[in-house]
Write a protein that binds this ligand. Structure first.
Ligand SMILES: Cc1ncc(COP(=O)(O)O)c(C=O)c1O
Length: 249
């Protein structure tokens, strides 16, 4: 492994590897991973692992509070941002659409949205022609006028706009979409707002910079990767939802 694999891998683990989205892992996180693998707890439910279950619930509650979500909110730990997005998209589909409405449904992403969103939409049964790519402005943020125009156009042609995927920290530049305005548009048309914060939502922990994510509390779901800026080992990601029942209990 040392000769052939680790020596031929980008060394994100170097303590001075500050450059990129995948971060170096903290020593504590590494130790946690070692212990998890050694003890291999079966933490599937409260009966099997009540202490682990409690820790998970407390941590999800802490993150929901941090996001500004209401008390009915909840979430799940998952293996990465891609699965977090897929989980949220499934919750959006099953909350907003009946089975028969799926064929007319339309989803809006921007030209900066991470590829996992489109992949997730295809995996859960949507077709490419149901996904609209909204242009971004000079700061790589979703152009809200273009979004509104696209929704109007789709409604006039008998389609069913049901979800917008906004980004809190795009992969290319870290840009944040205008979350408050997008949320207002979603509410106007009874659409689901998912925020892909896999990269940037960890900024919620910064008192100084959390204002850059204002409006995130208005979303219906949110992805956050702890294995990016929170220095956790792979894979440690979380999907939060405004209403816990939309992802099961
Ligand atoms: C904005 C964004 N969303 C989703 C992902 C996918 O995350 P993961 O690699 O944990 O599946 C990334 C990864 O860089 C990302 O930057």
């Amino acid at each position: 492994m040392l000769r052939d694999v680790y020596s031929n891998t980008v060394f994100n683990q170097h303590p001075r590897s500050f450059s990129c989205i995948p971060s170096t892992a903290s020593l504590l996180s590494w130790l946690g991973d070692v212990m998890t693998n050694a003890y291999n707890p079966h933490a599937s439910c409260q009966i099997n692992a009540p202490a682990a279950d409690l820790i998970e619930k407390k941590l999800i509650r802490f993150l929901c509070d941090l996001a500004g979500y209401p008390k009915e909110s909840g979430g799940l730990f998952v293996s990465g941002g891609s699965i977090a997005n897929l989980t949220a998209l499934t919750a959006a589909r099953d909350t907003k659409l009946t089975y028969n409405e799926r064929g007319r449904a339309v989803i809006y992403v921007s030209d900066q949205t991470h590829a996992s969103v489109t992949k997730g939409l295809l995996i859960i049964g949507f077709c490419k022609d149901q996904i609209r790519t909204i242009p971004t402005d000079n700061s790589f943020c979703m152009d809200i006028s273009a979004l509104r125009a696209a929704i109007k156009n789709d409604m006039e042609s008998g389609k069913n706009p049901f979800a917008v995927i906004a980004s809190a920290g795009t992969t290319n530049t870290g840009s944040v979409d205008p979350l408050t305005e997008i949320s207002a548009t979603c509410r106007e048309h009874d659409m689901w707002l998912h925020v892909d914060g896999a990269f940037g939502a960890s900024v919620l922990l910064s008192e100084k910079y959390r204002k850059n994510l204002s409006g995130i509390e208005l979303s219906d779901s949110l992805s956050l990767d702890a294995h990016k800026w929170l220095l956790q080992t792979y894979g440690c990601s979380v999907v939060l939802v405004r209403n816990q029942e939309t992802v099961g209990s």
